[in-house]
Ligand binder design. Structure first.
Ligand SMILES: CC(C)(COP(=O)(O)OP(=O)(O)OC[C@H]1O[C@@H](n2cnc3c(N)ncnc32)[C@H](O)[C@@H]1OP(=O)(O)O)[C@@H](O)C(=O)NCCC(=O)NCCS
Length: 143
């Protein structure tokens, strides 16, 4: 991916995450996006939401999906997931998977709504203010 494109994507990423504390640094973002298999979608209005994923063989992994706090519960993340599902079908992807904190009720509900189900558990995967939280691995399979 070209440097200017990465710069633009990082700007969108910051806009969406304006109130979050666990942001990826510009350096990390740049090195990450210089890998061929990573891709990014932003919502129609880029400051509303984004999805970052990567292709590993015939699978996609969702690395980050977020909606700006001001625009939540208006279908922004759903639209991004729909775009990902269309891309997955087009590219004959067999599985999409992700990790999500087991305490992240809104996200788990959203993934279930889109046909993802729990396939695993990663103990103490996330560091939190109060300690650690487990992650669920969730996946959706395609025929
Ligand atoms: C999870 C997140 C991405 C949802 O984004 P969103 O744009 O608000 O989601 P949508 O409006 O498309 O909602 C899709 C579905 O998710 C579920 N959902 C979303 N927010 C919810 C909430 N606060 N409570 C309960 N269910 C919720 C619902 O099933 C909803 O469908 P419905 O509105 O028909 O009931 C958003 O809350 C977010 O950015 N959270 C912080 C980052 C994060 O947790 N990312 C996911 C981890 S991988």
């Amino acid at each position: 991916m070209q440097k200017n494109t990465i710069k633009k994507i990082y700007k969108n990423y910051l806009l969406v995450n304006e109130n979050e504390y666990d942001k990826w640094s510009k350096e990390f973002f740049s090195s990450f996006f210089s890998r061929e298999n990573v891709f990014f979608f932003s919502s129609k209005i880029p400051s509303e939401g984004y999805l970052i994923a990567r292709k590993i063989s015939d699978e996609y992994e969702i690395l980050s999906l977020a909606t700006n706090k001001k625009y939540r519960r208006k279908g922004v993340a759903s639209e991004l997931l729909r775009v990902l599902l269309i891309k997955a079908k087009k590219n004959k992807i067999k599985k999409i998977f992700l990790e999500v904190s087991k305490n992240n009720f809104p996200a788990i509900k959203m993934y279930k709504k889109f046909g993802f189900y729990k396939t695993g558990n990663r103990k103490n995967y996330y560091k939190t203010i109060t300690g650690f939280a487990d992650a669920y691995v969730m996946a959706k399979l395609f025929d």
